[in-house]
Design a protein around this ligand. Structure first.
Ligand SMILES: [Zn+2]
Length: 488
């Protein structure tokens, strides 16, 4: 392994080696003895880790956010209450708090009813109720709904092949979530794969004249829960009604479809209201020396409206906030400013990160690193770092400090490590994210089951420890780490 100036032996061990070298028979000073002491005190990193691992503050704040406020979709009074609550909490810690104004989309869910009204083998008078939920940015049917044939496709190629049948029909994208991939530690890749149809399927169906679009819910659990999320329309494209069907109901339709035509009634009445006022919560923890240099620690404060946003992203935003609470508790002020950002509108517009980027893009060198936590409530396994290959050696003391809690993975990445820090990373700011166990994240993500009971307080503590050690280390290093422009 490559040796580095940022050696991780303790200062005491260093002194012992110096003493040994004095009695070296060759009389020469050995190279190890010449290694300077660590540039960031490993004892301090250990104290930060240990304080985080018994931290109760984070769990109390996560309870306040999810049990007392609940779902926090952009434009809702709950999101604004969460912003006020967190700004107050950060201010009481002694951080310098600013609310950065952001105009956010304001979409509200309405009635949602799906029913199979005719299908092969149906007995007279019978229909079947379906479990579904509108996708963000869906348009509405008429209040009485639409009744149309369902066309089942598995991908965009099949949609194109059946283009003539699509006009006036309800298209169902039957794309399975690859739970095996998620179980193998690649939950993000599994989400990208089936998420493609949620993001792009309804738009492709609308372009061919479909009257509505459905997607099989993303996620690996089988509790007949629909998973919402944003769908994306092309510029100037008129949206159509779009919903996620519970996986079981998508599979039911696919089975029946093998025997003949299926007719479905669909009622969706969401509304898109005028843009609403919102804010990013920014809280700066004062620097010891370089107040104009910032290490950003962040998560998003908004959530989808079905659950209470505990795993997405209550855990992430509270773990980021708790970095400052741990430093206050230990009375530590690193060399640089640690800047907490609670992003608004991550889920259905990304307007929060755009507003922040616009405010710092002309002084981008002041942003020395950016950390985002948005991977759910699992145990921290280590750190993902979008940095130059040489930077990995600089980060070894962080890896070593996190050894006792098993968060020792240090994985280099080339791309974005979170949608909210993406613009910063694209402008050359090194990006980081805690790596967490996400094998079961998509069981609950964007569903009514995303509630506080899905979070193990120990896991939250491991995420706080990982973020706090990393943020302190990056803010304390004498020299900033090299810039790295992430692939986008
Ligand atoms: Zn999220």
């Amino acid at each position: 392994m490559k040796k580095t100036l940022y050696g991780s032996c303790t200062f005491a061990l260093g002194l012992a080696i110096v003493a040994l070298s004095l009695v070296n028979k060759a009389g020469a000073v050995d190279a190890v003895a010449m290694q300077p002491p660590p540039v960031v005190d490993p004892g301090v990193l250990a104290r930060i880790r240990d304080a985080a691992m018994v931290n109760d503050w984070g769990w109390q704040r996560l309870s306040d956010l999810t049990d007392k406020i609940g779902p926090r979709l952009s434009g809702s009074p709950q999101l604004e209450a969460a912003i006020t609550q967190l700004a107050g909490v950060m201010s009481s810690l002694g951080a310098t708090v600013a609310l950065q104004p952001v105009k956010v989309p304001h979409w509200v869910r309405g009635e949602e009813i799906g029913e199979l009204v005719d299908y092969p083998g149906r007995l007279r008078g019978l229909t079947q109720k379906l479990h579904l939920t509108a996708l963000g940015a869906s348009s509405a049917t008429t209040p009485k709904g639409i009744t149309a044939r369902v066309i089942v496709v598995h991908d965009l190629d099949e949609l194109k092949l059946r283009a003539r049948e699509v006009r006036g029909s309800i298209v169902l994208f039957e794309s399975n979530f690859d739970q095996r991939l998620a179980s193998n530690g690649e939950a993000g890749a599994a989400y990208q794969q089936s998420g493609f149809y949620r993001f792009s399927g309804p738009s492709a169906a609308a372009a061919l004249g479909a009257s509505a679009a459905l997607v099989r819910s993303i996620g690996g659990a089988a509790y007949r829960l629909p998973h919402t999320g944003l769908t994306i329309w092309k510029d100037n494209q008129a949206p159509i009604p779009a919903a996620a069907l519970a996986a079981e109901d998508a599979d039911l339709i696919a089975r029946l479809d093998a025997s003949g035509p299926i007719i479905m009634k669909l009622v969706l009445t969401p509304q898109t209201l005028p843009d609403a006022d919102s804010f990013n919560v920014i809280a700066d923890w004062p620097a010891r020396e370089k107040s104009g240099e910032y290490v950003v620690v962040s998560g998003h404060l908004d959530s989808w409206d079905l659950g209470t946003g505990a795993v997405d992203d209550g855990v992430g935003v509270i773990a980021a906030a708790a970095v400052i609470q741990v430093l206050k508790q230990l009375d530590l002020h690193p060399r640089r400013t640690i800047r907490f950002v609670g992003w608004t509108n991550e889920e259905n517009g990304s307007r929060g990160n755009k507003a922040y980027f616009a405010s710092v893009s002309h002084v981008i060198e002041t942003q020395v690193a950016a950390i985002e936590n948005d991977e759910g409530g699992g145990r921290a396994l280590g750190i993902a770092a979008a940095v130059t290959p040489e930077t990995l050696a600089i980060l070894q003391p962080v890896q070593k400090a996190l050894g006792p809690i098993g968060a020792t993975v240090l994985a280099r990445r080339d791309g974005e490590l979170g949608s909210d820090i993406g613009p910063l990373q694209g402008a050359g700011v090194p990006g980081f994210a805690p790596l967490v166990d996400a094998r079961h994240y998509f069981d609950y993500h964007h569903t009514a089951a995303d509630t506080l009971d899905k979070v193990d307080p120990k896991n939250l503590q491991s995420q706080i420890a990982t973020m706090a050690v990393l943020a302190y280390y990056l803010a304390e290093l004498p020299d900033v780490i090299p810039r790295f422009k992430a692939l986008q």
